[in-house]
Design a protein around this ligand. Structure first.
Ligand code: KIV
Length: 281
């Protein structure tokens, strides 16, 4: 958390990505990423749910543990899933605590402000660092409908700024801004002391985050906000087609993929086989 604050203070930019498994988290960490989020986008990109709403605490914890085992340096944050913090302070403390105690991550992320501010305040008081999330918050998908970009009017932008300031006041160490106009994100970034981390919020935030599967081109299509740094989905399909062809043609495995037996053992095996054949006859 302090590390992210220092990046903002020095005028640097925070680079964050999501991850959901050990190996990928290790790769991102070694590449120098500042923050890894075990996002509840796990629901969509790993578990195949249509929204983030169905993902459970147990599913999130399972993946948080794997990610934490792969990270030596970056800040690790886990998303609190829908209904793990909205149902009361005790539930929120117990579930957030599980992410630190069992999951091994260092902080949790919660969506929204308003009634969530009391939760943020309590968690922070208890030593559980909180990352806020405003703008388009996917756990409210049924409230937003097809209105993805938020705070498009001056009035809504003002409300968003107030929410961001309230989150900072409640103790959030940074705030994710999702799908808001770049100028609104700039205003909020200038007004907050804590860093803003944008996703579809333009270039003026203190940092950026993307869903890893979008950045790697694993998803068939990415939202406009995402840049595809690879087309890994196509590469995986090509590799799978090559493998299938080689297996069917007998081209794989080749000699270099096979294990050998010492010559004398091979001769002994052949002799055993011959004597076995004789006995069988
Ligand atoms: O779940 C997630 O991946 C997120 C990011 C999009 C910020 O919340």
């Amino acid at each position: 958390m302090n590390h992210l604050a220092k990046i903002k203070q020095c005028g640097g930019r925070i680079a964050a990505l999501t991850a959901y498994d050990f190996l990928t988290a290790q790769l991102l960490d070694r590449a120098g990423i500042d923050m890894i989020l075990v996002g509840d986008s796990l629901a969509n990109v790993v578990l195949g749910y249509p929204t983030t709403l169905p993902v459970t605490m147990e599913e999130m914890l399972h993946h948080a543990k794997a990610v934490a085992r792969g990270v030596a340096r970056a800040l690790t944050v886990a998303d609190m899933p829908f209904l793990s913090y909205q149902t009361g302070l005790d539930d929120a403390v117990r579930n957030a605590g599980r992410f630190l105690k069992e999951g091994g991550v260092e902080a949790v992320k919660l969506e929204g402000a308003g009634p969530i501010l009391a939760v943020v305040e309590r968690l922070v008081q208890l030593g559980i660092p909180v990352l806020g999330h405003l703008g388009y918050t996917p756990q409210s998908v049924h409230r937003f409908g097809s209105n993805i970009v938020q705070a498009k009017t001056a009035a809504r932008a003002g409300e968003l700024l107030n929410d961001a300031m309230a989150l900072e006041g409640a103790g959030a160490f940074a705030v994710v801004l999702e799908c808001v106009p770049a100028e609104v994100a700039r205003l909020i970034t200038e007004r907050l002391t804590v860093p803003t981390i944008g996703i579809g919020a333009g270039p003026f935030c203190d940092g950026q985050i993307l869903v890893l599967h979008d950045a790697l081109g694993l998803t068939p299509r990415s939202p406009r906000l995402a840049k595809r740094y690879l087309e890994l989905g196509g590469m995986i399909a090509d590799a799978a087609r090559s493998y299938i062809r080689e297996v069917r043609e007998g081209a794989f495995p080749a000699a270099e993929h096979c294990y050998e037996m010492p010559e004398d053992e091979l001769r002994a095996l052949a002799a055993d086989e011959r004597s076995g054949e004789r006995k069988a006859r």
